[in-house]
Ligand binder design. Sequence first.
Ligand code: AQP
Length: 335
Amino acid sequence: MARVFSGVQPTGNLHLGNYLGAIRNFARLQDGNECLYCVVDMHAVTVWQDPEELAKNTREVTAAFLAAGINPDSHIIFNQSRVPQHAEIAWIFNCVARMGWLNRMTQFKEKAGKHRENASVGLYVYPNLMAADILAYKATHVPVGEDQKQHLELARDIAQKFNNDFGTECFPIVEPLILDAAARVMNLRDGRKKMSKSDPSDNSRLNLNDDAETIARKIRKARTDPDPVPDGSAEGGNRESRPEAFNLLEIFAALADKSISDIQRDFGGKQFSDFKQALAELAVEKLGPIGSEMQRYADDPGYIDSVLSGGAERARAIATPIRDEVYDIVGFLRN
Ligand code: AQP
């Protein structure tokens, strides 16, 4: 039985990419594994968060975990700030990771952009905290979207350097689980950018709590090109030449749990208007129930809070002896 860990930031606008790239896989990994799923509120504050919104979004991500079918009794759902071992181990990792490693992180470059000098120090050391999130439980399997692959490679480097520096085998080697074609869902208005919570245009993403009408409208308005649906032939183009068209095909395939060639067989050569109609119906069928379940949980914040506090207690019980082991290895006096 593997120990699985992953997290989602409570930064609002949970979208189809978060679902297909991460949350749906969280639910699928429950059988035969011991899973910890974390609402990573400490990562969220690496950029400004309104405190009331942060609390609301923390409950919303929890509701999405539950609506996706994660069982909080057999597995652990909690919010990161309730388990201090993440921050304690992260400090050690701040001292293990090298500046040169962090300087290569593309997500920091993208998020800090031209305002690097004004970015928070937290945003820069975010990957060290992420390594601590995973290794505080000695988790070995981490389901994430493609965009997190580089951070996971860094977590492996940190674990290896810690083990080498201290001559120990304390930390395991972490395996990214990037599970399917929908590991990278792209923006509906620009197929070269990933679908993201922070894009200013709401039309660029399908939010998990969008109603049926909104889902259908956003798919109708999704950018495509004048050519028919790619049919798999060379003339039909590829992901590079027709990013928006292939993104919609990949979304369809992921939602239908089929391969892209299955979808091309059904729709290749047809007009996009027909394809979009079918995609809208499928998206409403798959996302509609998740949105209504999320609403049902949102109406019961007391239940959500009890899931988070009970989960945190169980998470602390696992992380405390691991933090103690790390402190002993480093030479911190504890007693
Ligand atoms: N477009 C995506 N396609 C596939 N997977 C995605 N994920 C995010 N976007 C896509 C995966 O969702 C999980 C949770 O992500 P997160 O909230 O912790 O952070 P993020 O990657 O920064 O998410 P966003 O939506 O892109 O937020 P902003 O706009 O704030 O940067 C992760 O497993 C991630 O891979």
